[in-house]
Design a protein around this ligand. Sequence first.
Ligand code: NAD
Length: 259
Amino acid sequence: MSLKGKVALVTGSSQGIGRGIALRLAADGADIALVDIQAEKLAAVKSEVEALGVKATTFEADVSKRDQVYAAIDHAEQKLGGFDVMVNNAGIAQVKPLADVTPEDTDRIFRINVDGVLWGIQAAAKKFIARGQKGKIVNASSIAGHDGFEMLGIYSATKFAVRALTQAAAKEYASQGITVNAYCPGIVGTDMWVEIDERFSELTGAPKGETYKKYVDGIALGRAQTPEDVAALVAFFASSDSDYITGQSFLTDGGIVYR
Ligand code: NAD
């Protein structure tokens, strides 16, 4: 799957899955715009991307802020000379029983996980259309976007919402040659899961590491997922191999949720 000559922007790419996606798309030949709120960490990922022989640029932006997402795309186009692939990867988790969720909790997570994806979709599509070209939009959903998970109810709601946006955007932008798909990872050993495991410990008294182990033990293929596993699917959605696929939210979870 060659992405040579393409420009891809990845949000939430200072670590974890986003970093893995950036490195995979770079290995496939794309120039990469790295976008995150953690500016200092982005610099290290930029060096890793450049070591693969492609161009990279960094931009500090909070995806929950619409103007900042538009500015990030303008930056990518100016610095890298094009814009072809938008990966709306940035997201946060929240572990809480539904009974304890506050308006502040829902505001925060919906602004990042749902509004952030929406701003990414509309800003990317606007840019593709202005440039008179086709484009690829790839959004982060989750197994929690297919099944509601206990203690992760609001997080699950945001990831179901990403599937809805993915379907609606696919229909709205199909006539302009823009495809919109989502990837739905399972249990990936990133900082997000360190935090989820810790919150479960606090809430349930489970020893540290037990919740993560319990979920990993339930994976049919017998191991935790890596960012590289997720990035392989994103690379497919970013490439011309997926040109006839749009509006889909594919599970990549080693066998947890079956649809
Ligand atoms: P992570 O916490 O390791 O990384 C998330 C990245 O997003 C960080 O670099 C963080 O700085 C950035 N970020 C957070 N809020 C932001 C904001 N407002 N604006 C810009 N950047 C922001 O998490 P991860 O595991 O790499 O998760 C990446 C995506 O994959 C998320 O959308 C997550 O919901 C989804 N996902 C993760 C898993 C998993 O098991 N880890 C499973 C399914 C889906």
